[in-house]
Design a protein around this ligand. Sequence first.
Ligand SMILES: [Zn+2]
Length: 152
Amino acid sequence: METLIVTRHAGAVEWLRRRGIVGEVAAQVSAEQVRGRIVVGILPLHLAAEAQEVLSLDMPCLTSEQRGKDLTPEEMDAAGATLTRYVVNRVSVDFWPCLVCGTKDQHIKEYEGEWAVTCRECCHTGPLAANAQDAVTAWNQEQAAHLKKLLA
Ligand SMILES: [Zn+2]
């Protein structure tokens, strides 16, 4: 399947073309578009996990004025442009069942920079945490404490 290049910058498309990387160019993509494909660009992790692999175009020496600008391939080389391959896998997390309703259908949600596990069935929300992994841990601890009370 054709490579998908996710960028708004013509300079980046040209930089890639000079390295033999061509394909469909899109400014924004959906999960359906990236699924199973080799994608060049910056993707959020949930989309990166759908792609076969992601080639990230990194420019470690980019100045703050250059950030977000459409650079020429020469400017990109001067900024140390390189491609790095990533394969992102979604790891399934093991939730305790919700002890309010007893179902095991939870999801992790972001609430203005904090994370929490919410039950899809009854909307019970666990403690807020700094990241998704901590939110799962906090949720599991809360359910375990609740169970301990029920059994006491
Ligand atoms: Zn519930």
